[in-house]
Design a protein around this ligand. Structure first.
Ligand SMILES: C[S@@+](CC[C@H](N)C(=O)[O-])C[C@H]1O[C@@H](n2cnc3c(N)ncnc32)[C@H](O)[C@@H]1O
Length: 234
């Protein structure tokens, strides 16, 4: 088990608290995702969710879509145990994979699996910078022709150092996320400083272009929460 994932392995209730108070801006960005997928995918589609967590937010947004199969990958067994509850009401074929997503994606590529839609919400920033390209290449391989990869993630400004980004990002949780107690703030601070390596928008565009994606759209940027929603089409 990777040590960096301790926050999600042992403190899933802390993340649920963050979601409950919409501290990361899930409501706004997932709402834009929902509007886009409802219009983009009107026929039945299979869906891969990378770093799905408990799948609570995403399944709420997929209810009004034509989804017919859901695969979720997550390293946290605790989160996946909750995911069953949230995916069941979708009433679709379901596959939950408890593994590191880099390994799981390689396995799926080896099995020649294909998806119509691939999604990742607030998870790929855990990739080490040198692993990003392989992950995007695997995602490209796993998509059917015409398929779409949606990425929601935190992102630094162009030319912002990691240190400057971390200080900017963490200023709000430390001073304004008032429902978190001091212990929870310390866990969060340690997790983000130790495990977050987000890519800026230009880097994401560069990697996606090199991986072969034909169309790249930025659907939403939320500077207040440092979040971005991008759609990459094969
Ligand atoms: C911030 S949560 C995001 C959950 C959900 N997708 C959302 O948008 O709210 C990040 C999730 O990624 C998972 N994760 C982080 N690194 C991972 C890895 N290398 N392999 C698989 N899952 C990972 C964590 O366990 C956690 O559930």
């Amino acid at each position: 088990m990777n040590e960096y994932n301790q926050m999600f392995d042992h403190h899933w209730s802390l993340y649920q608290k963050i979601l409950h108070h919409n501290y990361m801006g899930h409501d706004q960005i997932y709402s834009v995702f929902e509007q886009d997928i409802v219009t983009r995918k009107q026929t039945p589609f299979s869906f891969l969710d990378i770093g799905c967590g408990d799948a609570q937010t995403i399944t709420g947004r997929l209810k009004s879509t034509a989804i017919n199969a859901y695969t979720g990958i997550d390293l946290s067994a605790d989160a996946l145990a909750h995911a069953h509850t949230f995916v069941t009401p979708l009433n679709v074929q379901t596959h939950l994979v408890n593994n590191d997503f880099e390994e799981a994606l390689c396995d799926l590529v080896k099995q020649n699996t294909q998806f119509d839609v691939i999604f990742s919400g607030f998870a790929l920033h855990h990739l080490a910078p040198e692993q990003r390209m392989l992950t995007f290449q695997n995602i490209f391989q796993l998509l059917d022709k015409g398929g779409c990869f949606y990425l929601i993630d935190v992102y630094p400004h162009r030319d912002e150092t990691r240190e400057a980004y971390l200080d900017r990002y963490l200023a709000k949780p430390m001073t304004q996320w008032n429902e978190l107690n001091e212990t929870e703030k310390t866990i969060l601070n340690d997790h983000v400083r130790g495990s977050d390596f987000p890519a800026c928008k230009d880097t994401l565009i560069e990697i996606a272009t090199e991986s072969g994606f034909s169309s790249i759209q930025c659907l939403f940027e939320d500077d207040e929460h440092a979040n971005i929603l991008m759609a990459f089409t094969k």
